[in-house]
Design a protein around this ligand. Structure first.
Ligand code: FPP
Length: 260
């Protein structure tokens, strides 16, 4: 089998991942759903390392949706503990590798045990520039759009902004998920083909990649395969032909060769 070669040119700058399939992974083994989430944490580690090695500028992981609060209390509590453990155990690696740890979503809903480790790491890593790792926590794409719209409505009501200044760009400016740029590639694992309220506004021209592997089984080679697929696509942004040259920001560092 030929090795997968991920070329350093034309890398997606911002990759988003919907990490799905933890529960099914556990059920297939007659284990508790929480065991699936624990294995899912290990996959997060692998993928963050792979993304950094590849030279991606931004990786956004859908770790907990606004809708996930409705899951059973034991599962929600276990996910919060896993999140805390992840942040504690990865702290040094994040800082040593120049990664800025960012979080988006309704962070006020997160329990103190998470905020106590999340907030210091966000500020300690705020000057890091190699890659931004964003955890979407208590996040919803519709909620993010509504919040930006509400903010503009307030500005209009206060006379700080004219109604005709409520534009697509003005909304975009107010969306924390897009500060690292629109996602170029969004991957969903676990075989389902839907977006589930992730990065809705930024998705307009993203390339989508659906992966059958369940998230706990996901690794560097899966990420490389998704990027290889992305590199073979022609992005047109609503244009035609040469006018639609891909947005490449020249950040690529190393070609990554995987033994097949
Ligand atoms: C979806 O799988 C996954 C989640 C709701 C949580 C994702 C959490 C992790 C990967 C681990 C902790 C996160 C970090 C950042 C350390 P599912 O439970 O919906 O799976 P199913 O569709 O098979 O039931």
């Amino acid at each position: 089998m030929n090795p997968i070669v991920v070329e350093a040119r034309n890398l997606p700058s911002h990759v988003g991942i919907i990490m799905d399939g933890n529960g099914r992974w556990a059920q297939m083994r007659n284990q508790d759903r929480v065991d699936g989430h624990r294995e899912g944490s290990a996959a997060v580690r692998r993928v963050v390392r792979a993304a950094r090695k590849l030279g991606l500028r931004a990786l956004t992981l859908y770790a907990f949706s606004e809708q996930n609060w409705a899951r059973p209390d034991e599962e929600v509590d276990a996910l919060m503990v896993l999140l805390r453990e992840f942040l504690l155990s990865e702290r040094d690696e994040i800082l040593d590798n120049g990664i800025r740890l960012n979080a988006i979503g309704n962070l006020g809903r997160l329990p103190g045990i998470v905020r106590a480790v999340l907030d210091p790491l966000r500020s300690e890593s705020s000057e890091k520039t190699e890659m931004t790792l964003t955890l979407a926590l208590s996040y919803g794409g519709r909620e993010e759009i509504a919040q930006a719209a509400q903010e503009l409505a307030v500005r209009v009501a206060q006379g700080k902004c004219k109604p005709e200044e409520v534009t697509a760009d003005a909304l975009r400016e107010l969306m924390p998920s897009l500060r690292v740029g629109d996602p170029d590639l969004v991957i969903r694992t676990g075989g389902e083909r839907r977006i589930s309220n992730f990065l809705l506004y930024g998705l307009a021209y993203a390339e989508l990649y659906f992966e059958d592997a369940l998230w706990p089984d996901y690794g560097a080679e899966h990420l490389y395969a998704a990027i290889e697929s992305y590199q073979q696509r022609e992005r047109r942004f609503g244009l035609v032909g040469k006018a639609a040259a891909p947005l490449v920001d020249g950040v690529a560092k190393n070609d990554v060769r995987l033994a097949g």
